[in-house]
Structures are given as C-alpha cells and as structure tokens.
Ligand binder design. Sequence first.
Ligand SMILES: [Zn+2]
Length: 198
Amino acid sequence: MISAIPSHPLTIAEQRISSLPSIYTDSSTMFLLDPTTHVDSSELKANNIYQLLNNKIHTVDQTGTQKWNKSIPTNNNEWAQLFKSIPKLCKEPKLREFHFKPLHRIVVTRKDLCKYRIKPDSDCIYCGEGDSLEHTFMNCSFRKTFFVRILDWLNEEYQCTFVPSEKEMLFGINGNTKAVRRLNFTLLFMKYYIYGRN
Ligand SMILES: [Zn+2]
C-alpha cells in the first residue's frame, strides 16, 4: 500500500516523522504525555487516566464559581472545601444534589422560565420582584425574614449562637461538629423549601 504513494509526498512524510521528538523514553512502558508528565503505561489505571484528563481539561476556573465570585467573592481553597463537604452534608441524595446545583449555578429560576416562555413573567412568587439566582438565594426579602426566624428558632432550641454571614447562609459554615452539621442541614433545607415552592 505504501508503495502506491508517489515518492515525493512519501519522502516529505518520512522527513516529518523522523523530525518529531520521540514521546517514549528508554523504558518501553514509560512515555512523555507532555514536557512535564512522565507516564508509566504498565501502571495506568482508569482513575489515573481520568485524573490526567481532568488536569488537561480544567485549565481555567469553572463558569459557575466565576459568576458567584462577582457577588460572593470566594477563593479557590474555599471552593474546593465547599465541593468536598457535599458528601458530609447529609444522606439524602436529593438534598445533596440540590446543594451541588446552585454551587454550579445550574438551577432554573423564574427568570429562566420566563426567558424560555414557560412562565409569563419572571416575578418572584414571594415578594414580586424580578427573580434570579441571586434573588432566590440571597436578596429576596421573604427569604431573608424566613431565614432569620428559622435561625432564631435553631439558636434557641439548641442553645447555640450562630450568626452566619451572607456567604455562610448561602453555602454553609465550614466545620464538622454536630452543631455545625445541624446548622448546615437546616440552611440547606430552608433553601430547598424556598426554591421548591418558587
Ligand atoms: Zn422575592
């Protein structure tokens, strides 16, 4: 088959191949994935390949966290901590999923429903102002009053003095004590209730 290729393009192809740097090192199982990554193919497992793929793809911050940073500045360590904390938050898969979605800004609000012409307007059902992700989870006056009342009840019922910041109200408090886990679960359930009725 190679003999059927005219000699001129064949010579050019051979020259180009010979000028390429070899990705294989001295060992037959080792190769260079990129200038800084040595890979031993005999040791490769599925999770290693997944990790290498992730490193290659995730070269910039995700858009969801970038957008949140505009209203709630959060550094990369805090984001990493937030995503790692999801499995510890609760056992209910639906609530875990619900916590994950707003972090990635992949929940649908009435603003989106109006945009897709599923709802006639984008008004918040609680206060009548224009709805959005920030409105539902941060700025809605009904949400603020509701959260304060529940927080007062929680502090009184369990003899604690939690005063979460806006960011902590939205994403939960860092920590793993029983009291913190109780508070984070309560905050999550409040958001789930508010969003579910919207
Ligand atoms: Zn509202």
